[in-house]
Design a protein around this ligand. Structure first.
Ligand SMILES: Nc1ncnc2c1ncn2[C@@H]1O[C@H](COP(=O)(O)OP(=O)(O)OP(=O)(O)O)[C@@H](O)[C@H]1O
Length: 812
């Protein structure tokens, strides 16, 4: 943004056409404080006799004019009030105006405010300060300005002209108060029919840039220099800027000029970093995970707190750090339903060259492709955790160009852009892969500055000139975008080229304007607020999720479907097995009960399988044939015994059947498991998700078994799978483990894996193995003393035997 000196700003404020409303009744009033007894005589710090006399003369003239106009004014006052109220409904001063019922009341209240006198241009408004203003003032104690010293706000009014839309747009941006209920994406101020149309047209295009203001605390240096607070934030939304008159400006010594701005939110100096993050950026992070682009940029004068807001300190991390933490926390939360990949790049624009901050080297060249403007050769780091990002940020900041200036000891001399690309892949219901890519750009701009404010040294002034050049280019782009021009001069600087997506692309954009509270920085603060206010009017393109659906080949889809089907069938089988086991348990319980009571139980027939039932029937029939129908005690006992036997047989039959079913189920489950593993392996080979990192290859002993040749069309029906005979498994024996050339050692992709696949040769029996090992150990134990004995005494024995006297000494 252009850098302007204070004097320029004052002139600009006075000559600014936007401060002129269309009201034709422009009048000029003079007010003498000395005349009003409630306000009292003003203490002149630098009395000047000539001026005093001049003022007295003016006072006399004023009194004469006042008396003359009194009659006229009384008749016109009602009409005038109505006119003024229609022109400035949304301005805070209008509320004040509405409460001014009559001039008598005003004088009685003695709390009179007047608009700055600007010859033949400004509207004269007599304003009574209502009680609520002073209460609002209490809200913002940190920025309290003595209201008795405020003569008026030269806050430009919203234009009501229905003329040129462009002019209207410009006027709208000038410090108007947006209604509280204003929806996101619509600028503030009073709208005429034509403006509303324009807004409706625009709202179909996209949303507007959200603009926030952050006030930093007064610095120690500023306090020492005796600076005063010139910014007041009210309702966390409205910013009142007051210009204190210079001590040498005798004419305006008692006069204060002020401006009023309204933003989406305004943060007083006590606001925490977390609060700033959650209000400005948290939503963008959520959007990025849904595939939407977002950018946040800090704008302001040098030393206004941009880097503090973006990076922060170790104790109070800023937006960049908090955003990355939040992003990874959100990804961790959703990791169960898809794959997330985060890439990071960090670059700076210094003296109109683009440099990679993560791997510094040669300047990068900007080029435009379908993704937008990209710096070719920029390093993209894949980040897995917040800690990693912190390390990268630290590395990048060490490479960033910062130099101490007179205004800021750690002044950033470059614009830094941290780009985070979050890619998310997930399978939808139709087994297709959905790919979403969202990009978040976090931008810490260099401070706009006046050459004198920083340094006179050559390098610093060149840097300053380049910073100002790029910020000027940024302001021209903002102007062009607000005015709806076709050509937006993005190419004027590297910064605007890089910000093209954020300003005019499909992107949710947030601007944080940083300001200083010191009246010594009034000019810079006013400049920042002016451009922030202007940026409110920019509308970006409709931001939709960058979503892409990757078609998976039909064979893969079929296999995936089959896999799901099999898994379902497997689950069903497990449930069936559990039920059968329950049945078995209940039958066992019944048989136990039957054993304890010899009388036949009618309940036995409930759970019996058909074969067992037939068995019982046959026996019953035979018992009838054998004359069981005569209920003698003998026959009863016999019958009871027979029933008991029958029941036992039934239980046995049941047990056998359940055993068989168990085996069958186990076999089926095993086969299905194997099949699922095969399928998973195949899928993981062909899977697009995760590029090999998605589904892991599972190697089990079962998977090493030689495959049966698959019958044709086997995959079509899962039922066909279960007829293949299961290979007989064999427990490994002691022999297998001890023998080195055991056939159970199989090599799989270079790794030795043990398997319990059946071996062709039978190992010797356990007993034989034990005997052999026992024998061998015994042999070893005996052999060792023998050897030792031979070794120790052998030579002596030999010597002794072959001594010459040996034979002689030997008894005959
Ligand atoms: N909200 C805040 N709370 C406490 N201290 C702050 C705050 N904002 C800024 N500061 C302090 O003010 C000083 C200047 O801030 P910072 O370096 O962020 O300014 P800047 O706008 O980035 O300046 P430049 O454009 O020159 O780099 C720093 O010492 C910083 O710690």
């Amino acid at each position: 943004m252009p850098v302007s000196t204070r004097s320029q700003i004052i002139n600009e404020g006075q000559d600014d056409p936007s401060t002129i409303t269309t009201t034709t009744q422009h009048r000029r009033h003079r007010f003498d404080h000395q005349e009003n007894p409630k306000i009292g005589p003003s203490p002149m710090r630098n009395p000047h006799h000539g001026l005093k006399e001049k003022m007295k003369a003016l006072t006399l003239l004023y009194e004469q004019q006042k008396q003359a106009s009194m009659v006229l004014k009384n008749t016109n006052s009602r009409t005038e009030e109505r006119k003024v109220s229609t022109t400035t409904t949304h301005h805070p001063s209008v509320e004040l105006l509405n409460s001014a019922k009559s001039k008598e009341n005003e004088l009685r209240a003695g709390n009179v405010m007047r608009e700055n006198s600007m010859p033949n241009r400004t509207i004269t408004r007599t304003i009574v300060l209502p009680q609520n203003v002073s209460s609002l003032q209490d809200d913002a104690k940190e920025n309290v300005i003595g209201l008795d010293r405020i003569v008026g706000f030269s806050c430009p009014n919203k234009a009501t002209s229905t003329g040129n839309t462009t002019t209207v747009a410009r006027k709208l941006s000038m410090g108007g108060l947006a209604p509280q209920s204003e929806p996101r994406g619509i600028g503030g101020g009073i709208k005429t029919g034509k403006e509303m149309e324009t807004i409706e047209e625009k709202s179909s295009v996209g949303s507007r840039i959200l603009v926030f203001v952050r006030l930093r605390p007064m610095a120690k240096k500023e306090k020492e220099a005796g600076s005063r607070c010139c910014v007041r934030i009210v309702n966390r939304r409205d910013v009142f800027l007051t210009e204190f008159a210079s001590e040498n400006d005798y004419l305006r010594l008692k006069r204060l000029r002020g401006r009023h701005f309204t933003f989406d939110a305004s943060f007083p100096d006590s606001t925490s970093q977390q609060e700033v993050y959650s209000t400005t950026t948290a939503d963008l992070v959520e959007g990025v995970l849904q595939g939407k682009n977002g950018s946040v940029f800090c704008y302001g004068a040098t030393g206004a707190g941009k880097t503090y807001t973006m990076l922060g300190t170790m104790e109070n991390p800023g937006v960049m750090v908090l955003a990355m933490k939040d992003l990874f926390a959100k990804i961790r939360h959703r990791s169960c339903d898809g794959n997330h990949v985060v890439h990071l790049s960090y670059l700076e624009v210094y003296n109109e060259t683009v440099r990679d901050l993560l791997s510094p080297g040669r300047p990068l060249v900007l080029r435009e492709d379908k993704q937008g403007i990209v710096a070719s050769g920029l390093t993209q780091y894949r980040a897995y955790s917040t800690d990693e990002v912190m390390a990268l940020l630290q590395r990048g900041n060490q490479n960033r160009t910062t130099e101490p200036t007179r205004v800021n000891e750690t002044s950033s001399r470059s614009h830094a852009i941290l780009q985070v690309v979050a890619e998310y892949r997930v399978r939808d219901d139709t087994m297709n892969v959905v790919n979403r890519v969202g990009k978040l750009s976090l931008i810490d701009l260099a401070g706009s500055e006046r050459a004198l404010a920083t340094d006179q040294r050559t390098l610093r002034s060149i840097e300053g000139a380049n910073i100002n050049r790029s910020l000027l280019a940024l302001s021209s782009c903002i102007n062009a975008l607000v005015e709806g021009k076709k050509h937006i001069p993005y190419r004027n600087s590297k910064l605007t080229q890089l910000l093209k997506d954020s300003l005019g692309g499909a992107c949710n954009t947030v601007m944080i304007a940083n300001i200083s509270p010191s009246n010594l920085s009034f000019g810079e603060t006013q400049n920042t607020l002016h451009w922030a206010d202007r940026a409110k009017e920019i509308r970006t393109k409709a931001c939709e999720a960058n979503e892409e659906i990757l078609q998976v080949p039909t064979t893969d889809t079929n296999q995936a479907k089959l896999l799901l089907e099999l898994q379902k069938e497997n689950r069903d089988l497990r449930v069936q097995l559990a039920r059968q086991q329950q049945k078995l348990l209940s039958v066992q319980a019944q048989s136990l009960a039957a054993n304890s009571t010899p009388t036949p139980s009618s309940a036995t027939s409930i759970m019996t399988p058909p074969s067992a039932k037939a068995n019982v029937k046959r026996r019953t029939r035979s018992s009838i044939l054998t004359g069981n129908c005569f209920n003698t005690p003998e026959s009863k006992r016999r019958g009871a015994g027979e029933t008991d036997r029958g029941l036992q047989q039934t239980v046995k039959a049941l047990e056998a059947e359940i055993d068989r079913m168990k085996k069958e189920h186990a076999l089926q489950l095993k086969q299905k498991d194997n099949f699922i593993l095969d399928l998973t392996r195949k899928l993981s080979k062909s899977s697009v998700v995760g590029g090999g990192g998605g589904i892991k290859r599972v190697v089990t002993r079962a998977s090493l078994r030689p495959k049966e040749p698959a019958a044709e069309g086997e995959l079509k029906s899962p039922k066909h799978r279960f007829h293949s005979p299961a290979p007989t498994a064999k427990k490994r024996s002691f022999w297998d483990i001890t023998t080195a050339n055991s056939p159970s050692l199989t090599s799989l992709s270079g790794r030795k894996t043990r398997s319990h696949v059946a071996e062709p040769a039978r190992a010797p029996s356990m007993l034989l193995q034990l005997y052999v090992s026992f024998f061998l150990r015994l042999l070893m134990q005996l052999a060792y003393p023998c050897f030792w004995f031979v070794f120790m005494f052998g030579p002596h024995v030999v010597n002794y035997i072959f001594q010459p006297g040996f034979a002689r000494e030997r008894p005959a």
